[in-house]
Design a protein around this ligand. Structure first.
Ligand SMILES: *[C@@H]1O[C@H](CO)[C@@H](O)[C@H](O)[C@H]1NC(C)=O
Ligand SMILES: *[C@@H]1O[C@H](CO)[C@@H](O)[C@H](O)[C@H]1NC(C)=O
Length: 148
């Protein structure tokens, strides 16, 4: 009898733990974004399966406050982001950030922090390269990988 009730407690405990872990997992994917593993190629064409947070085309004015800690690729294309105020250096494995088609007007507004794994930072179609008769100029920055 004692054994059975201990086993029951254990099962309930495990179930609760699983639920809590599952809930934390879900909470850490920002609302409306899609978090999933996707194929990814580095600038030197190395294939990876990368935990990806896809927040493209959501009308966002800010970066989500917190992204899952295993995030490697953050897609924020086609939003209204004008400033990045919270550094992303809590994400140790981040390799690509896509900020193209946003409302950034100056590199100094992009405060992403120190990201040693970053290989690509896309910022085309913002307002950064202000040319006299073509404000929506094309900008593209690629950080060349140093270790392959
Ligand atoms: C970062 O990547 C390494 C190697 O793939 C992995 O062992 C580690 O758990 C990752 N870190 C996070 C926070 O996911
Ligand atoms: C883009 O930023 C400018 C200021 O730099 C602001 O006036 C404008 O309303 C912003 N546009 C959108 C769509 O957020």
């Amino acid at each position: 009898m004692k054994d059975i009730s201990f086993a029951d407690y254990l099962l309930v405990g495990l179930a609760v733990t699983t639920l809590v872990l599952a809930a934390e997992e879900r909470v850490s994917c920002p609302k409306l974004c899609v978090c999933e593993i996707r194929p990814w190629f580095s600038p030197s064409s190395v294939y990876m399966e990368a935990p990806t947070v896809d927040c493209n085309d959501l009308g966002l004015f800010d970066l989500p406050m917190i992204l899952p800690s295993d995030t490697q690729v953050v897609l924020l294309q086609t939003n209204n982001i004008a400033k990045i105020e919270h550094p992303l250096d809590y994400l140790p494995n981040i390799t690509e950030i896509d900020l193209s088609q946003n409302n950034l007007s100056s590199i100094s507004d992009v405060n992403i922090g120190h990201l040693p794994q970053l290989l690509s930072l896309h910022m085309e179609e913002n307002w950064i390269c202000a040319l006299p008769d073509n404000r929506k100029a094309l900008c593209w920055i690629q950080v060349i990988p140093t270790n392959d």
